[in-house]
Write a protein that binds this ligand. Structure first.
Ligand code: NAD
Length: 498
């Protein structure tokens, strides 16, 4: 069985772990590799390597850091197709979708290439007589990233390019479900000229995560994953005095108004619900049909939902691949059953889908559930699969109230031709990322990504300007070079400007 090792101080190592986790091929349902689950000792090795590397890396010039980031950008770009295939093989998503993920991650690397500009401070001349003041930002030290399975390259890239560009060193604990691509990334960093120990990868589960959260040499923790774990990470890392940002789960709604172009809206709704088998934190999982939009919308969703081509991620004809594990498949099928039992109407049924030649794969077909009400489990819980619920509402206000009553606040969208309704919507929803006729409004790398409410714990969003702020701390210097003839003697009053 192939073993996917850790990467500590520029070297592959299996560490001291006695426990391992299987890495599946979701299309075939077979195990293809195993990954060691790091012990606290393995984590300590990685953190120490990163702490030692910080002494040098934090002193490397901005121009040298930026050059290494440019080299890294070129290497990722050159190897993008290969990276996408590795992601598809372990995650299950189709290769073209994985290529999109590589591209969106690359955009954060490109943002971080501009680090000399991003780290510019402010300067005020003569704030008092012969006194100047300026501010600048310095790195924190060792930063840790704990990431989910659903974007094995993009989500870690929301973190480490910015952290490393700012002068920090990094320990990544990627998802144990699809760990290989992180090792490829580690090798590309070396090729780009990054010194050993600046970027490290440890694989593992709760034991490894807890060791990072408790380690005295870890200065900051970035987490992306489900809400219960995000809450836990935020609390435990905060207790240890660390800076922490923890992005959680989602239940993203799209409102469709009767004036929307239904053909356009439904194309985007099915893509947003079924792309990546619904395993995106920005997937649309509930659509709110307002007024007369409901019945017509259901008809087009039926036509488009049943037309999605489901197959292995490596087949260029597939539009949607399997879900990540057998456990995820069973959980999603259970939710569809519960929707039916609780009185909703399954209009497109993905249960029982069998893909020829891939009978043991973890497939669930696209599913549309109509007449969903807010108390049903399919509405309340994050299903994280290819399941789109249709909820009805009489007015835009009612639809907005529904979104605002939801504990999650990651993304949301509206389909309409009314600028007035769109404006009312974006101003009044308690959600962090909003699309107007854009169903998956993932911000570009030069903005920051983050939800509200149970979708984010911590006060800063990820990448973009918030990322630079998260991975640095500010200093303000007040300076005077006294001439002997200007000295006025001691004053015991609070200093004020003269
Ligand atoms: P998860 O919460 O199960 O795992 C995320 C990470 O936490 C993994 O590295 C995992 O090993 C670790 N982990 C799991 N259980 C743990 C525990 N008990 N203690 C400590 N660490 C633990 O999430 P997942 O299933 O990998 O990913 C899907 C989830 O991530 C969904 O809820 C999705 O909405 C969310 N997500 C959110 C965003 C966002 O930006 N808000 C982005 C992507 C994914």
């Amino acid at each position: 069985m192939r073993t996917i090792e850790h990467w500590i101080s520029g070297t592959r190592t299996a560490g001291a772990a006695t426990r391992t986790a299987p890495v599946w091929n979701p299309a075939t349902g077979e195990q293809q590799a195993e990954v060691p689950l790091a012990t606290a000792g393995d984590v300590d090795d990685a953190v120490r390597a990163a702490a030692t590397a910080f002494e040098h890396w934090s002193q490397v010039s901005l121009s040298r850091r930026s050059k290494i980031l440019f080299n890294f950008r070129e290497l990722i770009n050159r190897r993008a197709a290969e990276l996408a295939e590795v992601i598809s093989d372990e995650h299950g998503k189709v290769v073209s979708d994985a290529a999109g993920e590589v591209q969106r991650g690359l955009e954060v690397v490109e943002f971080a290439c501009g680090i000399p500009q991003l780290l510019k401070g402010e300067y005020s001349d003569q704030v008092s007589t012969n006194v100047d003041a300026w501010s600048y930002r310095q790195p924190l030290g060792v930063c840790a990233g704990i990431t989910p399975f659903n974007f094995p390259i993009m989500v870690p890239m929301w973190m480490y390019p910015v952290a490393i560009a700012c002068g920090n060193t990094f320990v990544l604990k990627p998802s144990e479900r699809d760990p290989s691509v992180s090792l490829m990334v580690a090798e590309l960093w070396v090729e780009a000229g990054l010194p050993d120990g600046v970027f490290n990868v440890v694989h593992g589960d709760k034991e490894a995560v807890d060791a990072l959260l408790d380690h005295p040499d870890v200065a900051a923790v970035s987490f992306v994953g489900s809400t219960p774990i995000a809450k836990y990470i935020h609390q435990r890392a905060s207790e240890h005095g660390k800076r922490v940002q923890a992005l959680g789960g989602a239940k993203n709604h799209a409102i469709v108004l009767p004036d929307a172009d239904l053909d356009f809206a439904s194309d985007h709704l099915v893509a947003a619900a079924f792309g990546s088998a619904g395993e995106r934190c920005m997937a649309i999982s509930a659509t709110v049909a307002v007024g007369s939009a409901g019945d017509a919308l259901n008809e087009v969703l039926y036509d488009k939902g049943t037309a999605v081509r489901v197959g292995p991620g490596r087949d260029p004809a597939s539009e949607m691949g399997p879900v990540v594990t057998r456990q995820a498949q069973e959980r999603i099928l259970g939710y569809i059953d519960s929707g039916e039992q609780q009185g909703a109407k399954i209009t497109v049924d993905g249960r029982g889908l069998v893909v020829d030649g891939y009978e043991n794969g973890f497939f669930v077909g696209p599913t549309v559930i109509d007449q969903v009400t807010p108390e049903m489990d399919v509405y309340r819980d994050e299903i994280f699969g290819p399941v789109l619920s249709v909820v009805r509402s009489d007015t835009v206000e009612e639809a907005i109230d529904l979104i605002n009553a939801n504990p999650y606040g990651n993304g949301t969208a509206i389909f309409t031709n009314s600028g007035e309704a769109a404006r009312r919507f974006h101003r009044n929803v308690t959600v962090g990322m909003i699309g107007i006729n854009v169903p998956v409004p993932v911000p570009m790398a030069f903005y920051s990504f983050g939800g509200w409410k149970d979708s984010l714990f911590g006060d800063r969003h990820i990448h973009g300007p918030d990322g630079v702020s998260f991975y640095t701390r500010g200093k303000v210097v007040t300076s005077r070079w006294p001439h002997i003839e200007h000295t006025t003697g001691a004053s015991y009053d609070m200093p004020t400007a003269e």
